[in-house]
Design a protein around this ligand. Sequence first.
Ligand SMILES: NC(=O)C1=CN([C@@H]2O[C@H](COP(=O)(O)OP(=O)(O)OC[C@H]3O[C@@H](n4cnc5c(N)ncnc54)[C@H](O)[C@@H]3O)[C@@H](O)[C@H]2O)C=CC1
Ligand SMILES: NCC(=O)COP(=O)(O)O
Length: 349
Amino acid sequence: MSQAGAPVLALTCGEPAGIGPELAVMLAADGAPPARVVAVGDPALLAERAAMIGREVQVQALAPGEPPPAARQGVLPVWPVALRAPSRPGELDIANACHVLETLDVALHACRSGQAAGMVTAPLHKGVILDAGHAGFTGHTEYLRDACGVDEVVMMLATDRALHAREAWGQGDAALRVALATTHLPLREVADAITGPRLRRLLHILHADLHRWFGVVAPRIAVCGLNPHAGEGGHLGREELDVIIPALEALRAEGLDLDGPLPADTLFTPRHLEGVDAVLAMYHDQGLPVLKYAGFGRAANITLGLPLVRTSVDHGTALDLAGRGVADPGSLSVAVALAADMARRGCAA
Ligand SMILES: NC(=O)C1=CN([C@@H]2O[C@H](COP(=O)(O)OP(=O)(O)OC[C@H]3O[C@@H](n4cnc5c(N)ncnc54)[C@H](O)[C@@H]3O)[C@@H](O)[C@H]2O)C=CC1
Ligand SMILES: NCC(=O)COP(=O)(O)O
């Protein structure tokens, strides 16, 4: 596809004290991305971080909604959103929480109005947004769900081997897609959040979007149990018997191809993953450590169930690395490439 026809992607720069702004700079400095990427953030901050990490980038402030030019190495177009307070790497400031949320709103508006074909998000810091008074904020995923007025979305992370692949699992090392039944809530609350209706909604979305975005014609999904040994027949917890198995049986009756609930410790082994297109893990740290072991820095996060394209990185704000130019931009490149691919598929649909 010529650059003139390449999709426009809005890249929100995330927490200004984190690595997001410098990753945006690296993306522009290190080569022309496979899309016309427009950063959404503060142009002065981006220019400052470029100088700080020693990257030659021309930060080009556009008018709100102005179409970006063809992607060019060394040029970073920006839809400006001013910082509320100066930002130093590694130092969170609640004054900038509104700035971060405004970048999301600008990107959302761009997607809805057709100015952008999708959005890619650099990491934000949930804690500082909560500390600033945005009660109930749990991340981009739920913020975008609510802003788009949909009832349910699914957070799925995938290694790069699994992102564009149409073939079944087992074709290559570390090709893994992991979706989460629950996202950001205390472990103590996880079991209560896993209900039959919720599992059915999530698995419908996962099934539909594996087809829609990844071209998987008849998705096979493996589902983790919640408890050790998937509950050991009720001796180690009853959620499998009372909630998960009935939900899976109802979905199988509708024709969904589901394995499980399987003990999570052995589900993530090559024999059990053979032919599986995605795994549904019951909670954040059941699924994501495996995914990150398989492909940290080469994976992306995708919000399924939204009426727009949204991808993100597989990591957080890395305040410890910010401003030093040492953060790995690999996941951002994967997230941009995936969003461009999804945008093209969406246009073709
Ligand atoms: N998409 C998003 O907006 C995400 C945001 N977060 C947020 O980030 C904040 C910090 O979370 P943590 O759990 O500390 O995770 P983190 O990913 O920021 O850091 C964990 C470790 O990974 C390293 N790391 C992270 N990104 C890296 C990169 N690109 N290259 C090299 N090393 C990298 C860090 O230096 C640190 O040692 C939290 O507020 C969390 O909610 C976390 C994950 C995703
Ligand atoms: N651990 C993944 C993560 O925190 C991503 O959250 P979100 O901001 O993309 O919802």
